[in-house]
Design a protein around this ligand. Sequence first.
Ligand code: SER
Length: 320
Amino acid sequence: MRKILITGALGQIGSELTEEMRRIYGSENVVASSRRIKEGHEKLIESGPFEILDINDGATLASVVDKYKINTIVNLAAVLSAVGESNPQLCWHINMNGLYNILEVAKEKKCMVYTPSSIAAFGPGTPKDKTPQDTIQRPTTIYGVTKVAGELLCDYYFKRFGVDTRGVRFPGLISYVTLPGGGTTDYAVHIYYEALKNKKYTCFIQKGTYMDMMYMPDALRAIIDLIEANPDKLKHRNAFNVSAMSFEPEMLAASIRKYIPEFEIDYDVDPIRQGIAESWPNSLDDSAAREEWGWNPKYDLDAMTKDMLDKLKIKLNIQD
Ligand code: SER
């Protein structure tokens, strides 16, 4: 029986993963945790066990694992790329020291650990198109540095201590429930809100800049399917490339125009986030994930656009 602890449970991924895992594994078996209470998450907090938990506090982490007899930790507490560049020390502290605490507790208490890496684990020297699973990783952001170091640390804990560590390299994630917290790919979420509210969006990423992206339902499956994957089949563990779609802002705008023909996009490029985007791949080769645990995404750009607009219309209470 799985007893799951989710850190960062009120974030963009965590808020939806908590709900999905409670549906699959039973509410009482999924403990949600966050460094602080955030407004708008009352339903999630009341739908099952919830703990205030800072992953930099190893003692409290260990006591929560004991209290609920946790055997699986999904570590989603992290600082994203753009916030990381404005506060590199905080990014290192949470992404690395926090992960170290998680792995130490997992080693002591025999837990599986799922921790996501990112397309940010690649850098300007990486092949940009169909980026291979195993390739050059010399990122130029602090976020990327923590992601490569995290991949290596998780590999190390598996090989050296037998901790069952797993993870994927997520691309930009698009969702309608909770906003992302300060990443470079966030434009691809904001654009849908603005399309519905104002029929216009000013984009901080330059036209022609391709990045890999994924719709949240596929991302949730990537987490759950890899957690449930047969370990004998896994040749990689902590850093599977997963890919669903790759687009640049004009392609996203064109997809939105299929449903909102008068939608307009213009540009006011943020040099910091543009620089980050240019250092990342255009698209990933995800054949290892497909072969080793059956990864197969369902949503392409237009299917995602249709669902995002339908769901956001309801959320924002917008009539046709
Ligand atoms: N979406 C993330 C970011 O932009 C990438 O992992 O920071």
